[in-house]
Design a protein around this ligand. Structure first.
Ligand SMILES: Nc1ncnc2c1ncn2[C@@H]1O[C@H](COP(=O)(O)OP(=O)(O)OP(=O)(O)O)[C@@H](O)[C@H]1O
Length: 452
């Protein structure tokens, strides 16, 4: 359905006179293209035409309303169905609504007006959905292969390869990495490179929601389910239906909710808090954490069964300090974007600034780098960004007891300091630190160390 394409309506009504009446009223909008069927069979045979809207007479000569509705929901789940019945029967109405009918109308003097209002509302919602999907496609173009997630270091190339592989299927993906390494960006890249790109990408951060609200945020709630639930709320799982759900900081999920999430994921059906009707959903799940999830399992804080359900394809994002010259590539891209966005002449990083960036450990990773270079762009007096314009706390990584760095990063920092002091003389460094020169060459080749 588009604004220029007609809004396709199927009318199933065996009463000749009433069918003509519906056709006449619904055809008053020139954008409507209305087709009438006098039997359920005739309409079901044409469902491949993908109608946007169907009015269904409850009592048809060849099938029961429930059965026709079930087949429509199954074959064209995006099509809204209005049931029109000759008599008021609350039980039938409730049953049809529970089976997914959009509304239930009884034939009386107001039916045509009410139907008109409902069709207009559904049409408007469909238009908004289409606009939304176009916007998503535009955003998607930004997250296409290699566009947004910058990086050429071999460790990042491996990440790009995994993203492309993940995008081909609906496998669950678990992204790990320190804060600010780009976990959410990886999730978006997978979504927008996948066949679900035009459907929703919904991100939920477990650490950002108060504990007591997480359940209703994820699974939704019915009106009156708890104090404060003044209206029905669709949960994020349902919102992401057809698309991708990104659960950030998954390790922060309470143990009781971990059990519920596992059940919901296994059954692929969700029941809103306070409700008794389960709704099937189809989502690709991506989870992220900066914790070591296996260690959380061993410490009893994370369910082992959920861990294995979520592990799927693991993608480990390296910290920025292990990505060699990517720090410069990213810094230049951030400066360029910032200048373009603010309509200021392009600033250049001087050699001194580049060296300082290369030597900094960036505990806040890419997020910190971005903030630092953007501020430096603002602080720089001329067209060049000098080393002293960079608001970095210390030029060298801190090593030793109390350091925030991992053992591997501390080792790298020590070797780098030594290389700097000895003017890049690998043999002298190997002798002083009593490590093999091939170890140092390998670290240089993998861009963990740099010379000069
Ligand atoms: N490889 C990259 N290329 C370009 N921008 C990046 C890259 N990695 C991260 N960023 C940018 O750095 C910032 C932080 O990224 P993101 O929010 O994805 O990190 P995160 O790992 O999810 O952080 P947190 O652990 O705090 O949730 C964002 O502005 C993002 O656009």
């Amino acid at each position: 359905m588009t604004a220029t394409l007609p809004f396709k309506i199927f009318v199933i009504e065996d009463n000749e006179w009433y069918g003509e009446l519906l056709m006449h009223r619904l055809s008053q909008n020139p954008n409507h293209s209305v087709f009438r069927f006098t039997t359920a069979r005739a309409c079901l045979d044409q469902l491949s035409e993908q109608p946007d809207f169907i009015t269904l007479d409850y009592s048809l000569p060849d099938a029961k309303g429930e059965e026709v509705l079930r087949q429509i929901r199954e074959r064209v789940p995006g099509t809204e169905v209005i049931v029109i019945s000759g008599q008021e029967d609350v039980r039938t109405a409730v049953n049809m609504l529970q089976q997914g009918a959009y509304d239930y109308l009884v034939k009386d003097e107001n039916t045509l007006d009410r139907l008109w209002n409902i069709v207009s509302k559904v049409e408007q919602q469909a238009r908004l959905r289409r606009e939304n999907s176009q916007l998503r496609q535009q955003i998607g173009a930004r997250y296409g292969a290699g566009q947004a997630l910058l990086g050429e270091h071999p460790l990042m190339q491996a990440v790009h390869t995994l993203i492309a592989k993940a995008a081909r299927t609906t496998i669950t993906v678990s992204v790990s990495g320190e804060t600010g390494t780009g976990k959410e960006l990886v999730a978006k890249a997978i979504h927008f490179q996948s066949s679900r790109a035009a459907l929703p990408f919904v991100a939920v951060n477990m650490a950002a929601i108060p504990h007591e609200l997480v359940e209703s945020e994820l699974f939704g709630h019915e009106k009156g389910a708890f104090t404060g639930a003044i209206a029905r709320r669709v949960g994020r799982l349902e919102e992401a239906n057809g698309g991708t759900l990104f659960l950030d900081e998954i390790a922060d999920l309470d143990l009781s909710l971990q059990a519920k999430l596992l059940r919901v994921l296994q059954e692929r059906e969700v029941t809103r808090v306070g409700g008794n009707q389960s709704t099937p959903f189809d989502i690709r799940l991506i989870v992220a954490t900066h914790h070591d999830l296996l260690a959380e399992v061993q410490a009893g804080r994370f369910r082992e069964d959920l861990y294995y359900r979520l592990l799927g394809l693991p993608v480990a994002l390296p910290p920025l300090r292990q990505r060699g010259n990517d720090v410069l590539l990213l810094a230049e891209a951030f400066v360029r974007d910032f200048c373009n966005l603010n309509n200021i002449p392009l600033r250049q990083l001087t050699e001194g600034a580049r060296e300082r960036l290369r030597a900094h450990p960036f505990p806040g990773n890419v997020r910190e780098l971005k903030a630092v270079v953007e501020l430096a762009t603002v602080l720089a007096d001329g067209e060049q960004i000098l080393a002293e314009d960079l608001p970095l706390r210390s030029g060298k990584p801190t090593v030793g007891p109390g350091s925030q760095l991992s053992l591997r990063d501390q080792t790298t920092a020590i070797v780098q300091n030594c290389l700097d002091e000895m003017d890049g003389d690998v043999l002298a460094v190997a002798a002083r630190l009593r490590i093999g020169k091939s170890t140092i060459y390998r670290m240089i080749q993998q861009q963990e160390l740099h010379i000069g």
